[in-house]
Each structure stands twice: as structure tokens, then as C-alpha cells.
Write a protein of this length. Sequence first.
Length: 152
Amino acid sequence: MSRLGRSRARRLGRRIGILLFALLVAVPTVMWTRQIMMALFYPEPGPRAESCKAGLVGLLQGLEHARGAATAAGPGERESLERFRAALGPAWQGRGELDSLCARSAKGEGRLREIDALRYAEEHAVRYEATALAHQRQRARQLEQELSLEPE
């Protein structure tokens, strides 16, 4: 093989190597990006709540269940957090639909915001065992009582 032929073969080999490397990086990146985007913009719908009140009660019950599951997980932060999120239940899968259901009343919107804040605080408490959470837990019990006394 002549010197010119080896030079062409080397360039071709280098280009093929670069192409293979680019494919090894680009294909998984595109796949993972698609999965993230689908999960973010097109989440799987959970069960539909019949009303704002029923949905709020379901969210509170899911939080109670998740809190218990997280404390039973043991000392590991990751294990506790995984159990907490897994135990939130189907009510939290349909959380997005409650925005439109509860938007009809200011009281419902306010309660939904409080419950969202409680979930955020509970999740952080699982990580950091915060003591300032006691007030929000007490308010959640009050909300549950108020909701059980109100007519549909």
C-alpha cells in the first residue's frame, strides 16, 4: 500500500472512530432526555378525585401513610426517602388534577397550597428530621377535621 493509501485509510479510521464515539454519547443522551421530558410534561395520570374535598383528604391520608413508611425504613436517608415517596400512594399521582378542581373556591386553593407545603416539609423532615414540622402536622389534622365536617 502506498503512502497516500495509508494516509487515506488512517483518516477514514479516525472519522469512523469519531463517529462511533459520538454515537455512543449522543444516543443515550437523547434517550434519557426524552424519558425525562415525557415524565415531566406527560406524567401518567393517577386516579381522578371526585371532588376537591375528596382529593384533599386523599392527599392527607397519603402523607400519613408515607410518614409511617419513612420512619419504619431505618436510619438510612435514601431508604427513608424512597419509602416515603413510594408510600404517598395513588392520591398524589393525581395531584395535578386537583388544581382545577380546587380552583373553584379560594378555601380549596388555600388548603391545597397548605397540603403541598406540608408534603414538602415532610419530605425534608425525612432527610433532616426537622422539629419545626409539628405545627404543620397539627394544621393537617385540623384540615382533616374541617373537611370531614363540611358537606360535599
